[in-house]
Design a protein around this ligand. Sequence first.
Ligand SMILES: Cc1ncc(COP(=O)(O)O)c(C=O)c1O
Length: 441
Amino acid sequence: MTQATVNITAPATNDQLLDATMKVIAGGGSSNMRNLGIQTPLVLDRSGGCRIWDVEGNELVDVNMGYGPHLFGYADPDILGAVADQLRLGAVTGIPHRLDHEAGELIAATVPTIEQVRFAQSGSEAIASTLRLARFVTGRTLVVTFEGHYHGWSETVLRKAAITNNGEGSTRAVPGAPGMIPEALAHTLQIPWNDPEALDAVFREHGGEIAAVILEPICGNAGVVHPRPGFVERIADLTARHGALLVFDEVITGFRVALGGAQELLSVRPDLTILSKVLGGGFPVAAFGGSREMMEPLARNEAFHAGVFAGNHAAVGAVVATLRKLRANPSVYDTLETDCAYLERRLTEVFAAANRPVRIARCGSVMSVALLTKPQETDPRYDAAVSLIDFAAHRRLQLLCQDAGLYFHPNPLEPWFLSTAHTRDELDTVVQTIGEALARL
Ligand SMILES: Cc1ncc(COP(=O)(O)O)c(C=O)c1O
């Protein structure tokens, strides 16, 4: 039998290439979250700094930035250089490497509650392993989660995305997805965020059965929602009193909202922490960790976590390069805060001038911008106001901006991630593009 020839002559336009891609990649991309965001096809050729270039040669300023890993912008030369060197020296051998020690030391020196870590490839994997460890340590099964918080796609924590195929938004993230083991959902209890009564009630009813409470300490996946003062402290107090573990999903907030993550900002100490995104500076890596005592079942090979590519040398090299750079430039967080506060102020003015209700909420360089049907009366810091979001208008705004050279995610619940590569000029371009799009909306 002769081998079939593979025809890979690339079609020239975004439309044609996405069509061709959809024939061989289910849905056109390897993530439902991303595929649901496609409106007008945008197929990339390359990225650099805070810019992306599509296959037609169009250049766009990007504020989605690959969902958050690139604090120093795309293709940061220091991180890229370190990873390229490591690729030449060997990316995966399955044998402990000298970089492992340095990466572990750097994480332990940077994240307040971590003494020991394990590496994984993605946030979902690291979270699945963390929850298994929490269940092993406590001998319990139930895990408490919060509405709107996303902890990856593993069996017990998946929540359906808040935007549907037809562009309509749903106001609640529904537990589960078709094809999941239905019984798995019985092992998680989901309660509203920032609701002390619901929190007290879940511990009153199930206190002795709860293995862990997992949360995004500052919720990035429901439009950047801060915890109300005292709320995370209350979770910490209840978990400690009932023998449950406190798990911070710092996939977004780790190294992003402060060098030591949200736990540094909030001064609440979780038992276990998950890190990803900024950790690898754009390369696929995640980590989970805690005190030596907490990680002991993994050290003793009693709790199970594994992976051929987990902690591969290229990924660990990216961690070392990123953390070295962050620790050498601690003022980066002040600079990002100043620039993002400027962007927030200017955007607020532009939406007001266009007479368009909007919810803008921010923590450092993570920002949420969502068009609303009417002005929000509650405090945008603590209330996502999802039921007020005008999903359809937001998607129209996104299309106009994409055409005019600005990319943000069409789902208003997906945050913007700013980077040191976004200069004031680029921030002004963002504001101007949105202002012009609003005039045409
Ligand atoms: C807070 C949070 N946790 C977990 C995840 C899942 O990580 P991954 O997509 O790498 O599996 C994400 C992804 O965006 C996230 O934002």
